[in-house]
Write a protein that binds this ligand. Sequence first.
Ligand SMILES: Cc1ncc(COP(=O)(O)O)c(C=O)c1O
Length: 385
Amino acid sequence: MNEKKPLRYDSAILHAAAAFDEATGALSIPIYPASTYRQKDVSRRQEFDYGRSGNPTRKALEQTLAALEGGAAGFAFSSGMAAIHAAITAFVKAGDHIVATRDLYGGSYRFLTEFLPKFGVACTFADTTDPQNTAAAMRPETRVLFLESPSNPLLRITDIAAHARLAAERGIVSMIDNTFLSPYFLRPLSHGIDISVHSGTKFLGGHSDLIAGAVITRTDEHAKAVRFVQNTCGAVLSPENSWLMLRGIKTLGARMKCQQATAQTVAEWLAGQKWVARVHYPGLKGHPGRDILMSQASGAGCVISFTLDSQERVDGLLSRVRVLTVAVSLGGVESILSYPARMSHASMPAHVREELGITDLLLRLSVGLEAAEDIIEDLEQAGND
Ligand SMILES: Cc1ncc(COP(=O)(O)O)c(C=O)c1O
């Protein structure tokens, strides 16, 4: 066999995440709980000296994250929001300005509208489904472009290559929240985006058993800036959770393929129900921006949102489902049904939600590994009166 032949992505993920321990050959990277390390010679800098600055288990995960998206470096954080905080604050100072996708995760919205302004950083939201809107929102002091695509929860699509060019032409750092598609379906850095962020709590972890975040940078220069915030502010992922996330990543491909196939079946079924007013899923023909997405990503993902015909239907469905779990979050092996207006987007003012179309009749379904028939039968019994 030709050793130089590049591995296919599925094999490459596994080889990155299932790297063995050099010291023992163990097929699982050990958890190193040490907070500090013996220094043989204080005049020499050694790779590991203190747990916040570096940890061997976290390092294995961070190298895997970089490999997953072809980045110069990866960074593991204690949550998705910690990752977003680090990525953005690495590049802004008082007086700077950010342009962000208009409909994005409620926690990111809160960070941009309630937290950063306290430090003199302003944000303008743009409908990034059209790059002209984004260009119009940019100012001389804009330093960061923060995208989310497909957006949470309406699955709106942004042309990420066009936006990467737009930012690069103006010397703006481009970032995308790639949580929804995961590296398995979308590698944003290959389209010119500078930085990708993830809530690792979702598909990367994959089992609803950890809170984590990730940042992946395309260049060493950007990596240096993110590393500074990671070490200075200290929201690092613990060794135990780094190990858990590495284990989750080993099955990323298998989970994403299977969950996406089921999501497609469920979305098509939902679209045929008379009590469902609208289905948002990029795998459905006619979903706005689908062609752009499919030219940049290899899949539509595993998250669907849909609008029902009445409040009674919403309340009935949420109280009657048995196979689906009603909960906050997404990306686990179990199907999770959530209510954006009261959960993920509760931190967004009601009038903003209304403007964006995140109405009280909208539900979001993260499709897991259950049989498609069981999910459909559950929705059928819970949705029909
Ligand atoms: C798209 C998206 N980005 C970021 C986050 C924040 O991640 P975490 O909850 O891990 O802090 C979430 C959480 O729901 C999310 O859905």
